[in-house]
Design a protein around this ligand. Structure first.
Ligand code: NAI
Length: 337
């Protein structure tokens, strides 16, 4: 019997390609995993009539950990986002995105090292929209004391465990005095239990400007759902884009690790997609399941491979190589460590 059982959702578009690459690299790192693989999204609708079949949720609940590729979400109509449904159904309330400059990926700034924590279950993502009268729609922003307090606790606990010195909560409480005001107040209340960590705040529009001009002034950011969605992509852009940043959705009873990028239909099926983002998420996953040595080896190998020629990395990060070239380079390096 394998040491770990992990639910695997390859997704669609470039999902199956980057997932296969990451599964191969984890195997090369010597981690013994039995993958429980499922279709989700359009493929699951075609086969089972549901984009997120109940057995998928049951598998994640059983295994307590999942690795997920991107899934296409129809715009304006059709089924609602699998990602949002998964987070809600499993109460994966914390979205964690460490954002770090990568060796040999040239960007505007060096030494960016931020951690973005996004509340994953509320705000405008509650999806409570309705048409009041024809031509007028209403979308409700939900913020609760319970969810705001637990995400603030998650952020401070993460800071304590990972030796982070400062958390900046991000809001628009000057305009949304009640909703963002409550999020801010909960953060301030929780901060009293962590006197060694500096707790401050920024208004979201100012934060965006500050991040673009001088990202290194921040350490950790805590945001409600919608601001977190937008700002975390902005921070990904600071270190090389969506193709290189890790993401994890964590709750009390399990976690789903996923690339932060989408299904990139423009690249699907062409062996061009960069598996690095999903690989970095898999590194977070390996740490989560206690495979710290393998996680470190993969991290070291990433640094080595990125320091090699352009033929060993994909085009989105200035390379000339394919998905398979990067995967082969990673496995070769891992075997040599
Ligand atoms: P996208 O992330 O798929 O693509 C944006 C740009 O980044 C494209 O130019 C794409 O080629 C590039 N890109 C993305 N990932 C890459 C990778 N690994 N390697 C190299 N280049 C990469 O975002 P877009 O176009 O907004 O969304 C496409 C679909 O993905 C939509 O249906 C959207 O709903 C879905 N999506 C799913 C997510 C998920 O499952 N977690 C997250 C974001 C979007």
């Amino acid at each position: 019997m394998a040491k770990h059982k992990i639910t695997l959702l390859p997704g669609d578009g470039i999902g199956p390609e980057v997932t296969a690459a990451v599964v191969a690299i984890i195997e090369c790192a010597g981690v013994d995993v039995e993958w429980e693989k499922f279709f989700v999204g359009a493929e699951a609708i075609a086969r089972f009539g549901d984009p997120l079949p109940a057995e998928v949720l049951a598998s994640i609940v059983r295994n307590k950990v999942g690795l997920k590729g991107p899934v296409t979400t129809p715009v304006g109509t059709g089924f609602s986002s699998i990602n949002v449904r998964l987070r809600k159904a499993l109460d994966l309330y914390s979205n964690l995105r460490p954002v770090r400059s990568m060796p040999n990926i040239k960007t505007r700034y060096d030494d960016v090292d931020l951690v973005v924590v996004r509340e994953n279950t509320e705000s405008l993502y509650a999806g409570l929209e309705h048409e009041v009268v024809p031509g007028v729609v209403e979308s409700l922003k939900i913020i609760t004391e319970r969810a705001s307090t637990r995400i603030a606790k998650f952020a401070f606990e993460y800071a304590r465990a990972n030796d982070r010195k400062r958390i900046t909560v991000v809001h628009k409480a000057n305009i949304m005095k009640l909703s963002d005001g409550l999020f801010l107040q909960c953060f301030r209340n929780v901060s009293k239990d962590y006197p060694e960590i500096v707790a401050d705040d920024r208004i979201v529009d100012n934060l965006c400007m500050q991040l673009v001009m001088n990202p290194n002034q921040f350490d950790m950011l805590l945001l409600e759902n919608l601001y977190g969605d937008i700002v975390s992509d902005l921070t990904a852009g600071l270190v090389g884009g969506l193709g290189v940043v890790a993401g994890a959705n964590i709750g009390e009873n399990g976690a789903v690790f996923e690339a932060v990028h989408g299904s990139a239909p423009d690249l699907a099926g062409q062996n061009k997609a960069n598996p690095l983002a999903l690989l970095q998420s898999a590194v977070l996953m390996l740490n989560y399941i206690g495979e710290n040595v393998a996680a470190r080896k993969i991290n070291d190998s990433i640094a080595i491979v990125l320091a090699q020629g352009p033929e060993r990395r994909t085009r989105d990060i200035g390379g000339t190589g394919t998905t398979s070239d990067f995967t082969a380079a990673m496995c070769e390096t891992l075997r040599g460590l």
